[in-house]
Write a protein that binds this ligand. Structure first.
Ligand code: COA
Length: 708
């Protein structure tokens, strides 16, 4: 397809819009879209198209797109699927730039060829396609509501990209009832051409958008998405909800839009790598979207909780730990700040507990101290409604303190109680004040701000140049390809590690007994002997491996017993020799893998070996290539990390050599696209400064030759 893409601004800020299928019938989608465009205040030119002609809502209706003489930036198509291609052809002849195809009945129901035909034609004629199977596009910059969702949309700072149409329309409704202003909301439907990354590129540079919320079911071009997200999260908060977390959810998502939901843990880890906040629920995502634009970013890491109840204070502290909010713990300073506002039986330790008989004056004093103290960077103010508690007074205090300090210091509130409390919360939330029933919701939003702060402060980890001998790796791959093999032999895998400079035990292949003895003597005891045969994949099962061989006599015995046992178990196998390998000293066993993920392309994986990976699935993923900083992050993310730092008096392990191995594996998988899977298991890691050894490596080639 030629890459003659029109500027994406023509989609979000079109100067003219044609509505193909603008119906005379108010109950139809084509009517609703036209009505929303007109009533939404769009100031560009509007061209309804319908073969019946006439007039709709006071606008002249064109019988065909061909009748329109002016240039058309965007055509919204809402006619039955069998007629769409012809309409697209007509759009091409009128020089339309963007097509928003509302119509369903394409790849999501198996009609892939028609969808492909439309997209190929459109792209060949310089047009780009949003959809099909979408509810349309709303863009605040153009006051354009080309959707069949709600007529009135509040303008604001949140841009939404959604793969599910129905959910998107519901979200539009919800943002209205929650008073969340939108900069845009776009449905991507089947993503036949324009995908979430194309839209991200606009929203990432659009000035009014401060938060981008994405609902995704499956990622098709993850490499492009990762690049865009890494850049955008430096300046904006990006929130993602991805369905398909559960196995059942993944099946439903896959059948929903015809795209495959990627492996969920890979998705989560890569979103973290990109600085994206993944939300579990829509309400979490909307709470965060509403809160982030209202609050200043914290200046530091010291948060204080103010409460009138021990229980809810502890819940707030638990939530803080869960969502990465650091509680201020300079107790003498806390005491000097808060002792005048706290009754004797309260506590100035964080949470600052004003006790169940706290008055509004106590809250006012404590809040003022917290909001004015330079040492404190953010505040969580929580209250439980008791018989003594003045709920309305608390609501007034919330409003006043929020108005006064919102641009100086982030503050979130929670009020847990009955009907009166609910009413106050509803009123305050209408004014955009971050007040919640549940303290976890309040702390989650503050945690979101800290994530954003983390993104901004994250040091730019310098790329480290890792040298990998690509030509040598390609030579080895070609030998396997010539043999028609996708699985590399252990000696080949060993040679690839060598080409990447990943330290592996010394090894030679002996063609006869004399060579076996000579090589063992050269390498030094103890050694390991392993059969070499293309036909024998599971060597131990056929007696093809002998460990811990200590001297010449044992080499002779082991060599003969391996040859005899393999001949007996697999008489047809061609035995090329026996590999004599240095026996590796014990250390901590870890796994470093890399593969081509169906959604994200090249990814690397790290985990501790044995039960940690097999039973606990304690692994971390990142999109490759990774920076040294990202490699360190993934190592420290696994639950077994303390074992690498040294427990029970053991020394710290050589984490640098794991980082080095991760970088090289990332480089191999990224640069040598014919390799689909490479795994070192185990990489034995020694004490700090003493390196690591890749004991075994498994390498699989892709089933087709892929060029980068
Ligand atoms: N150019 C312009 N107008 C055309 C046309 C053409 N080539 N062919 C037909 N029309 C007109 C029709 O005359 C009709 O107007 P009228 O009501 O004034 O007679 C109008 O377009 C709509 O056509 P109609 O056949 O009545 O279809 P419809 O409105 O019942 O359904 C869709 C059309 C696109 C809404 C329907 O096919 C569809 O896909 N629905 C699902 C949409 C959806 O859910 N999308 C995903 C959301 S998340």
């Amino acid at each position: 397809m030629p890459d003659n893409k029109p500027d994406i601004t023509s989609l979000f800020e079109p100067k003219s819009v044609a509505i193909v299928g603008a119906s005379h019938e108010p109950s139809k989608i084509g009517y609703k879209i036209l009505e929303n465009v007109i009533r939404g205040g769009y100031s560009g030119k509007v061209y309804p198209v319908n073969p019946k002609g006439g007039e709709i809502l006071g606008y002249r209706v064109y019988k065909s797109i061909l009748e329109i003489e002016d240039a058309i930036d965007l055509a919204c198509i809402s006619i039955p699927a069998p007629f769409v291609f012809e309409a697209v052809q007509q759009c091409a002849s009128r020089g339309v730039k963007y097509l928003a195809i509302i119509t369903s009945g394409f790849s999501e129901v198996g009609n892939i060829s028609e969808e492909r035909r439309i997209v190929e034609f459109a792209r060949a004629h310089g047009m780009r396609v949003l959809g099909p199977n979408i509810f349309g596009i709303y863009s605040a910059n153009a006051s354009l509501n080309a959707t069949f969702g709600p007529a009135q949309i509040r303008k604001g700072n949140v841009g939404i990209i959604t793969q599910s149409g129905a959910l998107g329309i519901a979200m539009m409704g919800k943002t209205q009832s929650e008073n969340i202003g939108l900069s845009a909301i776009i449905s991507i439907g089947n993503k036949s051409d324009i995908d979430e990354t194309d839209l991200l590129e606009y929203l990432g540079s659009e000035q009014n958008t401060r938060v981008i919320l994405m609902y995704i079911e499956g990622v098709k071009n993850g490499e492009k998405l990762v690049d865009a997200l890494k850049k955008i999260t430096k300046t904006k908060t990006v929130i993602v909800i991805k369905s398909g977390r559960s196995r059942r959810g993944a099946i439903a998502a896959a059948s929903h839009t015809g795209s495959l939901a990627g492996e969920d843990n890979v998705f989560s880890d890569i979103m973290r790598q990109c600085g994206v906040i993944r939300c579990e629920t829509i309400s979490e995502a909307l709470n965060l979207s509403k809160t982030v634009p209202e609050l200043a970013l914290p200046s530091g890491e010291n948060t204080v909780i103010i409460t009138n109840g021990g229980g809810v204070g502890v819940l707030a502290a638990d939530a803080s730990e869960k969502y990465g909010v650091n509680l201020y713990s300079d107790y003498p300073k806390l005491k000097s700040l808060f002792q005048d506002c706290v009754p004797q039986f309260g506590s100035t330790k964080n949470p600052v507990d004003l006790t169940g008989q706290a008055t509004i004056q106590n809250y006012r004093d404590a809040l003022k101290k917290a909001l004015e103290a330079d040492e404190i960077s953010s505040v969580i103010c929580v209250a439980c409604e008791t018989a003594l508690f003045d709920v309305e007074g608390y609501a007034d205090l919330i409003k006043n303190s929020f108005d006064q300090y919102r641009h100086k210091k982030p503050i979130v509130f929670s009020l847990f109680g009955g009907k009166k409390a609910d009413e106050c919360i509803a009123i305050l939330r209408k004014d955009g004040i971050p007040v919640f029933h549940d303290v976890y919701d309040a702390v989650f939003c503050l945690g979101g701000l800290y994530r954003q702060l983390g993104n901004l402060k994250k040091p730019q980890s310098a790329e480290r140049e890792v040298m990998v001998d690509k030509a040598r790796i390609q030579e080895i791959i070609e030998i396997a390809r010539r043999d028609g093999r996708r699985f590399l032999l252990s000696a080949e895998a060993h040679a690839i590690l060598e080409a990447a400079g990943i330290p592996a035990p010394e090894s030679r292949i002996a063609r006869n007994l004399e060579e076996a003895v000579a090589f063992a003597e050269e390498i030094g005891y103890p050694v390991v002997l392993k059969v070499v045969s293309k036909q024998i994949i599971h060597k131990s099962d056929v007696g093809g491996v002998a460990l811990d061989i200590l001297n010449k006599e044992e080499v002779i015995d082991a060599y003969q017993s391996i040859i005899n046992s393999c001949r007996q178990h697999m008489p047809d196998a061609h035995i090329e020799g026996v590999e004599i390998c240095e026996m590796v000293e014990p250390g901590i066993e870890v796994i470093v893998g890399a593969r081509i993920d169906p959604s994200f392309g090249p990814v690397v994986m790290f985990g501790l070996g044995g039960i940690y990976v097999e039973v606990m699935k304690d692994v971390a993923f990142r999109a490759a290539p990774v920076t040294p900083g990202e490699a360190v992050e993934m190592i420290s993310e696994v639950k077994g990390y303390p074992l690498l730092l040294g427990v029970r008096g053991e020394k710290k392990k050589d984490i640098n050599s794991i980082v080095d191995c991760i970088l090289k594996m990332g480089m191999i998988i990224n640069e040598c696209r014919e390799i689909s899977d490479i795994e070192i298991n185990p990489l034995v890691v020694y004490d700090d400064g003493e390196g690591a050894r890749a004991v075994d490596a498994r390498i699989i080639l892709s089933n087709k030759e892929v060029k980068k």
